[in-house]
Design a binder for this molecule. Structure first.
Ligand SMILES: Nc1ncnc2c1ncn2[C@@H]1O[C@H](COP(=O)(O)OP(=O)(O)OP(=O)(O)O)[C@@H](O)[C@H]1O
Length: 388
């Protein structure tokens, strides 16, 4: 059952102070509408994060966003602040992205932006003055036995819990997702009816800090080019060249420039700067059943997934070698579908997922997010270290 935290807070008779994070897009604008409708007068925050270096290389359509956010604040007569977290974003998210790619791994900047910027630096600098932080993420919160969990959204296509699955308990305890119990079409209807300035605006796509900049151009700018060989995994023969392993990701099919395909990247040999590829419409080399994660972030602690008896064991993984597997559903990329499997602790080596189905293109560096069997609650996520 989807809970509506906003309604629950209002039922308690409290008048909370709320910081609403608004991007100028339709989702966060409807958040403001919903809060006002509920009798709350949030302070609107627009965060500048699009990185602009000395040459203006990375440009972000911030001015248009700020204009729309200002119109919204005026419409509802609400206080608004434009704050900059440029430097923090560069330090934490952009450098993480470049370093991850340099290691031959697949980064997830949006995940890091949520954890470190929107609910990290923002909280430290501004958010701590408010009872709640509200955003237009498609997610919900679920409270049971006094513990708040991250819940999935009503709209499975828009669900963004996989991008939120690295946040911690303090963060989830303070978040409001006022549109998480609505479908995108319902959000658009509300925006149209309420004559919200961004009602007809298209959804944003891609990594937010890049704006209109192409991802490969961005990587090239910071890591340059480093030509290497592409090898057919079956025959061991060199069948082409690439401009640097960092432009390619496991499971990738397009952009390899090889004939006689389709070809898929199935492995990267970072030390030797080699890409290993497999041919066919569905080569079995690109599938794996086991996903290993060194560190797993349980958003609300190691509770909820295991039985109470087994939970206790989880807090002492050193002592308890015999650890229980639990049934879960999970995602290794941003798709509406969930896959069923088992989550198993590996002693002090982290956790692993044993999937019921073969998973295509398990890319180390990406995050696997874990849910209950009904995928109502997102328990957390871990960075994938190995897929096999
Ligand atoms: N520059 C920003 N300043 C303040 N808040 C932001 C900013 N960018 C994103 N957010 C917040 O994070 C949420 C999720 O961001 P995402 O980039 O996924 O937006 P979205 O789904 O396109 O939503 P929207 O339609 O509100 O842009 C937004 O709904 C908003 O609450």
């Amino acid at each position: 059952m989807i809970q509506n935290r906003l309604e629950d807070i209002l039922k308690s008779g409290k008048q909370p102070t709320v910081a609403a994070l608004v991007s100028g897009g339709v989702d966060s604008s409807v958040v403001v509408h919903k809060l006002v409708e509920a009798g709350i007068r949030p302070t609107i925050f627009y965060i500048r994060i699009g990185m602009q270096d000395e040459d203006g290389f990375v440009d972000c359509p911030a001015e248009e966003d700020i204009e729309l956010t200002t119109l919204l604040a005026r419409k509802y007569d609400l206080p608004m602040q434009v704050v900059s977290l440029h430097e923090e974003y560069w330090d934490k998210v952009v450098s993480y992205t470049i370093e991850t790619v340099r290691k031959g791994l697949t980064p997830n900047p949006d995940m890091m932006c949520n954890k470190l910027i929107k609910f990290g630096c923002f909280e430290e600098k501004y958010g701590h003055n408010f009872d709640y932080i509200a955003t237009g993420h498609y997610a919900t919160t679920y409270t049971d036995d006094g513990i708040t969990y991250l819940g999935t959204a009503k709209d499975p296509v828009k669900d963004q819990t996989d991008f939120l699955a690295q946040i911690n308990f303090k963060q989830i305890s303070k978040l409001l997702f006022p549109i998480g119990h609505l479908d995108k079409s319902e959000v658009r209807e509300i925006a149209k009816d309420a004559k919200i300035p961004s009602a007809m605006r298209k959804d944003s796509q891609g990594i937010c800090f890049l704006g209109k900049v192409n991802y490969n151009d961005f990587i090239k700018r910071y890591l340059g080019e480093k030509p290497g060989r592409i090898i057919d995994r079956e025959t061991g023969k060199t069948i082409g060249t690439h401009k640097g392993y960092w432009f390619h990701t496991i499971g990738q099919r397009k952009g390899l420039g090889l004939s006689g395909g389709p070809w898929f990247v199935v492995k990267k040999d970072v030390k030797r700067n080699i890409l290993l590829v497999s041919r066919g419409y569905d080569p079995k080399e690109q599938y794996g059943h086991i996903i290993e994660m060194k560190e797993f972030n349980f958003i609300s602690g190691k509770v909820g997934l295991w039985s109470k008896e087994d939970e206790a064991k989880l807090f002492d993984l050193e002592k308890h070698k015999e650890l229980p597997k639990v049934k879960i559903t999970f995602k290794v990329r941003h798709t509406p579908e969930f896959t069923t499997g088992l989550l198993e602790p590996m002693g002090d080596k982290g956790f692993r997922i044993i999937s019921d189905e073969p998973i295509q293109g398990i890319a180390p560096g990406q995050y696997a997010s874990v849910y209950d069997t009904e995928h109502m609650i997102c328990y957390g996520s871990g960075m994938i270290t190995k897929g096999k």
